[in-house]
Design a protein around this ligand. Structure first.
Ligand SMILES: [Zn+2]
Length: 368
């Protein structure tokens, strides 16, 4: 019998995170007369008579390196496992971002399926702005590790500091801050990786006007650079690079291609320089499926460093859209319901070898 147990305030985080993935902004709309059509209501439908390939189950077993505690009851977790079975998802990394009693309540629920879900905890930044910060945060990390945490994440900074965390948001403290070092060193000692969200897609930093190529999402998620103390896109990428460089024994995963989809070679140069850096591809399928040939070459070149991830809920249709983008050579298809952008998407047609590494082998290497 499945008992219903509730998860407490981490729910807020999960909902916030689903929203963060820009994935549910465009609801289906009935066809509208073009005379006074608002751009945001433009819903093009492809009519090309070209192959459409729907992939129900991934070609090879998958470890999803980027999800969150979205299932809030035993019944929802059981339902998620069924969906994972149907789509070929062997395991899911649940980035709880939680510590203390929050982490404990998530652990109580998901550890019942410890062969399908692996929990990652957060950092407790309590007292980060006072002298002597460090030892108690490290102690809490060790406590979460003893309860099954096998990684840390998602840490997040969009310019105001490390605020993807509970119970304390570390405003003003960035990844390369010396106060983070004892935590990074403890992760190296425990052989657990860290998932990091740095900045946001570049269109959110660009002018919100008719020249903005990613306007549909950028308008909704624009970053207000007038906020006091905020640091910009380049400074954030630099803070990530410094943290990775100064902690060579710690494994870092920059999620969402480090939000460098517009300048993917910049990510390539970071991967070239730092063997302890990986990237997950989660929630940036639209941002990459607009440049399929360039991205296919990137996947092939960095096939040992990229990790499959979703970060877009756990609907069957969501998983299948990701498989279509990664595995097929389909062209010019729209998924505005999943992704806010109005770009047509294209498949990468990745090779068997690249898919096996992306879906599972690289994850196994990191999760050893
Ligand atoms: Zn996330």
């Amino acid at each position: 019998m499945i008992m219903n147990t509730k998860i407490n305030s981490t729910i807020g985080i999960s909902v916030f995170l689903i929203l963060c993935c820009f994935s549910i902004s465009n609801q289906p709309l009935s066809a509208q007369n073009a005379d006074n059509l608002l751009l945001k209501n433009y819903r093009p439908v492809s009519i090309y008579k070209i192959p459409e390939t729907h992939v129900d189950k991934a070609a090879y077993p998958v470890i999803d390196m980027h999800s969150h505690p979205l299932a809030r009851t035993d019944a929802e977790v059981a339902k998620w496992v069924k969906i994972m079975d149907a789509c070929g998802i062997e395991k899911t990394i649940v980035l709880t971002m939680a510590t203390g009693s929050e982490f404990d309540s998530i652990a109580r629920m998901y550890n019942k399926y410890s062969n399908r879900f692996i929990l990652w905890c957060g950092f407790d930044y309590t007292g980060y702005d006072k002298p002597g910060f460090g030892p108690s945060a490290v102690k809490e990390l060790e406590r979460c590790y003893s309860l099954g945490a096998r990684g840390v994440g998602e840490l997040g900074d969009k310019g105001l500091g490390l605020y993807y965390s509970e119970p304390v948001k570390a405003y003003g403290m960035h990844f390369d801050d010396p106060r983070m070092k004892p935590l990074f060193e403890k992760c190296a000692e425990l052989h657990i990786p860290i998932n990091i969200h740095v900045a946001d897609p570049i269109w959110m930093y660009e002018k919100i006007d008719s020249t903005n190529d990613g306007l549909m999402n950028a308008e909704t998620w624009k970053i207000d650079m007038t906020q006091p103390g905020i640091i910009g896109f380049d400074a954030l990428i630099l803070s990530l690079e410094k943290a990775v460089k100064e902690n060579p024994k710690t494994t870092f995963i920059a999620c969402h291609f480090a939000n460098l989809n517009h300048d993917i070679d910049k990510l390539g140069s970071l991967l070239d320089k730092y063997p302890n850096l990986y990237a997950d591809i989660s929630a940036r399928y639209a941002e990459s499926a607009t440049i399929p040939r360039y991205m296919k070459a990137f996947y092939e070149k960095y096939q040992d460093r990229l990790l499959y991830g979703t970060d877009m809920g756990y609907d069957t249709s969501m998983y299948r859209i990701t498989f279509r983008v990664l595995e097929t050579n389909d062209e010019h298809f729209y998924e505005t319901g999943q992704f806010g952008y109005h770009w047509a998407l294209n498949g990468f047609g990745l090779s068997k070898e690249v898919l096996k590494k992306l879906y599972r082998e690289n994850a196994i290497k990191i999760l050893k």
